[in-house]
Design a protein around this ligand. Sequence first.
Ligand code: NCD
Length: 342
Amino acid sequence: MVNKASRPTDPLIGHDAWNIQLDENGRLKHFLTVEGLSTELLVSILDTAESFANINAQSVKKVPLLRGKTIANLFFEASTRTRNTFELAAKRLSADVLNVNINASATSKGETLMDTLQNLQAMQCDMFVVRHNASGAAHYIANRVAPGISVINAGDGSHAHPTQAMLDMFTIRRNKGADFGRLRVAIIGDVLHSRVARSQIHALNILNTGNVRVIAPKTLVPAGIEDMGVELFHDMEAGLRDADVVIALRLQKERMQGALLPSEQEYYRMYGLTRERLRLAKPEAIVLHPGPINRGVEIESCVADGPQSVILEQVTNGISIRMAVMSMALGRDPGTVQSEKP
Ligand code: NCD
């Protein structure tokens, strides 16, 4: 499924992060990054999620695919949407779920990450869902766990957030159709610190999106962003013109060292997604945001809550995408699975 010769070195974590995520048959074993995966694999994640979306629309939202499997959620960083939708996804697949409360766990007594993981392995977990503030953390863990265990990256530092990118692709496909080649997608804001943007750019390119734009101040874009196959704009009005999909990003102040911005007010004045500016995009353009939203900083409330916003749809779609990735990584093809009887 992947051309081994073209495997790139990941600039952020220093080696090819994704070479361990496929098994010898090219199937997903871990899901650490979108980078380097084939178009076919991304499309099969989207198609699998579509079958789960049908189940999630029924009154009994449960299938027995992962019955008897144990999934541990390990969130070393704050999360609302990602952690809860991973938990719901696992439960809807009938897996048993452990939500490890890191603050109340032995991590706070000085236990190392690997010791914590070895203890969870001794509890016979089958999958670790990991969020960590260090770029490369999920990859580090995937390289060290027992062979039968799958690792899913729920966000590592500013590196990658592959399930978020896939739920965004799913939301775009459901609203705009499967031909990404026709689409102009504008990603606005703090790309420098955004693992979401990095994964989105890889996913959009793998799905052959017609035009991927990044709109950001000079201080909030990583060096060499144009080598990732995006068109860079520092002017919001020019970048938004005729966009089909507009993605706003949160200003990640917790990852900023030093003053990269004059002030939030100044940022909003230059890069806030206001109703007036949104008029420059196509009239039927959709607006995405991974959340959490800072209203009045990167987006105007009336846009976040307005008719073009699909922000809450993204949250719903996150469950189907996470069900798809978890079942695929644990080797369960949903096929024609039906939801359980009421
Ligand atoms: C994002 C994250 O944590 O990377 N949120 C999310 O997972 N829904 C984006 C952010 O924190 O701004």
